[in-house]
Design a protein around this ligand. Structure first.
Ligand code: ZN
Length: 298
């Protein structure tokens, strides 16, 4: 579903509400407060509210979802979600604000709610060939003449910088998993913990570079490393796939968001990860998946 089709399908807030009701309550309307199915459409108030006969509360379809307590019409939320899903390189809140005609500050917080919904992904364990690497994002913009520059040539990979490290694991041809961390959590035991959580230890060959944090990985699972001082690939032993993902992420963050505070970095990671992991999925399927996630909490 492209943006044009979406705006036509949800041309009014009522159409969006009706659709969301069909997604959230596909097995029948249940009260979000007490889970009772003894509900009916509100007769007196506006038509979009429902009444529970069990707890006597009235509710709308947005109660308890990421859209709860928002004064923005649901069809504008849908449009913003679609714009974000389509923006392979990321979408700034300023641009989105112009696109949907809502104040930038409001759009900014809407986008963060959407990113959190994207982050509720219960991804399967990564397997087969999994590349693991870290990168550094955020912090001050690059100043080429600054001697204290974090990106001086002697540390081209950024290890030891003040920026926030992000650890990534990617199944070749499959999904990516990214975690914002701290420079104190890049030790062998921390990295192993992440591998245990996200990788199928029995069915995987892990490929990394020769950073010392990865040295003990062989004790945990099959592990190969590429020496980047000498070469960037020895046959299948390379980290090109995760490097490509870092390129997309960094273009997005530098190009669209300029500066990302550490507090929100994980949310941006959710967004890039969610889009990447659905790169081969039809847009309308992804949109419905995201709406399903939006049903649960902020
Ligand atoms: Zn109830």
């Amino acid at each position: 579903m492209n943006i044009f089709e979406l705006s036509r399908k949800f041309s009014t807030p009522e159409k969006a509400v009706k659709y969301f009701e069909s997604v959230r309550w596909k097995d029948g309307v249940t009260c979000p407060y007490c889970n009772s199915d003894k509900t009916c459409k509100h007769q007196e108030k506006e038509k979009k509210r429902w009444q529970c006969w069990n707890c006597h509360k009235s509710f709308s379809v947005t109660v308890g979802t990421i859209f709860h307590h928002s004064h923005i019409p649901l069809n504008k939320w849908f449009l913003l979600m679609a714009l974000m899903l389509n923006a392979k390189k990321g979408l700034s809140s300023c641009q989105a604000s112009r696109d949907i005609g809502i104040q930038q500050r409001t759009v900014w917080s809407m986008m963060h709610r959407i990113r959190k919904a994207m982050g509720t992904d219960q991804a399967q364990l990564l397997r087969d060939i999994v590349e693991m690497d870290e990168t550094y994002v955020g912090g001050k913009p690059r100043k080429s003449n600054n001697k204290d520059d974090d990106d001086k040539p002697s540390s081209p990979r950024g290890r030891g910088t003040k920026k926030t490290p992000v650890v990534g694991m990617i199944e070749r041809g499959g999904d990516v998993k990214t975690i914002a961390t701290s420079k104190f959590e890049l030790k062998g035991k921390d990295l192993k913990k992440l591998v245990r959580k996200h990788v199928d230890l029995e069915e995987t060959i892990l490929v990394t570079d020769e950073y010392k944090g990865y040295l003990g990985m062989g004790g945990l699972l099959a592990h190969l490393s590429v020496n980047h001082q000498k070469t960037f690939a020895e046959g299948d032993v390379h980290t090109n796939t995760i490097e490509s993902f870092w390129a997309i992420l960094k273009r997005g963050i530098i190009g669209q968001f300029h500066k990302v505070s550490k507090k929100y970095l994980q949310n941006y990671l959710h967004e890039f990860e969610y889009r990447y992991n659905r790169r081969n999925v039809d847009n309308s399927v992804t949109f419905e998946n995201l709406l399903g996630r939006a049903c649960y909490g902020k």
